[in-house]
Design a protein around this ligand. Structure first.
Ligand SMILES: O=C([S-])c1cc(C(=O)S)c[n+]([C@@H]2O[C@H](COP(=O)(O)O)[C@@H](O)[C@H]2O)c1
Ligand code: NI
Length: 389
């Protein structure tokens, strides 16, 4: 199994990530030609070999001529949609932009659409995010792992003025990610770097268990007391070492029984609990005391959002009591692959036990788009996928 391991002992930023992935083998020419597909004029990318405290790596500088352009998430989606980049690159990139946008929204008390990306919507950030998606697709990795992320310390000047490190958006994006801070009094991890990690990493570990095949270093800008570099490894985890057949997660089940609420409210309740961040929301018909027909509302979520979910249920349903308990969730590993059909690209999700693909399925939204645009049936697209995967 091919692993890409991010060793973020000195943090992670968008440009360090590009440098590291080029250093470990992504051809510069490929990155340049793919970025061209964004059809944004005046971008050039410079690559150089630089060192920090004697460690040589690749430094990437994005050069562009652009005034102060504000873009929101829809402008970015449009740039991606109009480009000829592959659907998997577009999806991967959008996931990272949404993480940045939602974090900014939370910090500045605005909706995702209201967020006008300033620094994070400027050309260099677009290149950093889309470039990350391009490089990760090229490397064709089975799993991405990451160390504890060093955040740095002190204060940093940006469009808002002087803000504390870690920047507020970084704290939001890196929820549930193991972090350390204060090793140096500089900003070592930026919002873009944080979104690259959060949006792509499958597992966090400081004790990776694999054979190192190759290392790469992405060089940052500032000089610090520690090498300002992002180290990446490509590792080969042999079958014996890769004992984990399944993904195991500890999650919270939140439940309540409702027998006295207007049925039309359930749609809103389900939608909103998903928006809060629940992994799953479901309802069951039940018969309650006094033989009253009722509904059992079930929510599966991470512990860190459980208070928000419980508050929401108490405020918006007639429920006066909730049960909560931890459950062990056993999940199949997933692997995504893009397949080109005569009607357009479809992302296919493979489900694995260990390294073996047990079953696969085309993503419903991609197939639905094809069905709507081409007037053919779900069966036709699904059969094509089965025959051509
Ligand atoms: O421009 C905005 S809105 C902005 C917000 C924040 C918050 O944390 S909120 C932070 N920053 C800083 O901008 C630079 C650039 O970050 P990139 O991720 O684009 O490299 C960095 O110093 C951030 O802390 C900007
Ligand atoms: Ni901000």
């Amino acid at each position: 199994m091919k692993i890409l391991y991010y060793d973020c002992f000195s943090g992670v930023s968008g440009d360090m990530n590009l440098g590291a992935l080029v250093d470990i083998g992504v051809p510069k020419e490929l990155l340049l030609s793919e970025i061209k597909k964004l059809n944004i004029d005046g971008i050039s990318i410079e690559f150089s070999k630089k060192d920090k405290l004697g460690i040589y790596g690749t430094k990437v500088d994005v050069i562009y001529e652009e005034g102060h352009v504000h873009r929101n998430i829809n402008d970015i989606r449009e740039i991606l949609d109009k480009s000829e980049l592959s659907e998997t690159i577009k999806k991967r990139a959008m996931k990272m932009f949404i993480l940045i946008g939602e974090a900014e929204g939370k910090v500045h008390n605005k909706s995702l659409e209201e967020i006008h990306f300033h620094e994070v919507g400027a050309i260099d950030s677009i290149v950093d995010v889309v470039g990350a998606a391009i490089c990760l697709e090229y490397l064709d990795i089975d799993e991405i792992w990451c160390s504890t992320v060093q955040l740095g310390g002190g204060f940093v000047k940006c469009a808002h003025g002087t803000i504390p490190v870690p920047a507020p958006a970084v704290c939001e994006i890196l929820k549930d990610v193991p972090v350390k801070s204060g090793l140096v009094q500089f900003e070592t991890s930026t919002p873009t770097g944080a979104a690259i990690i959060k949006g792509n990493v499958d597992k966090f570990t400081d004790t990776p268990d694999f054979k190192i095949v190759k290392t790469g270093y992405g060089v940052g800008t500032r000089d610090m007391d520690i090498p300002n570099v992002l180290r990446v490894y490509i590792g080969e985890a042999s079958k014996g070492e890769n004992k984990e057949k399944f993904i195991m997660n500890r999650e919270l089940m939140i439940e309540c029984n409702i027998d006295d609420m207007k049925a039309e409210r359930f749609e809103f309740i389900m939608e909103k609990i998903f928006e809060i961040g629940a992994k799953d929301v479901f309802m069951e018909n039940i018969i309650m005391k006094k033989s009253r027909p009722g509904v059992k509302l079930g929510v599966l979520c991470d512990e860190n959002i459980s208070e928000d979910v419980i508050k929401f249920i108490f405020k918006n349903t007639t429920s006066l009591g909730i049960r909560k308990y931890f459950v062990d969730k056993v999940m199949m590993k997933r692997k995504f692959q893009e397949i080109m059909t005569p009607w357009g690209a479809v992302t296919v999700k493979g489900a694995l036990i260990g390294d073996e693909v047990i079953k696969f399925k085309g993503e419903y939204d991609d197939i639905k788009k094809i069905v709507q645009e081409h007037g053919i049936s779900f069966n036709e697209v699904e059969e094509y996928i089965i025959k051509n995967i």
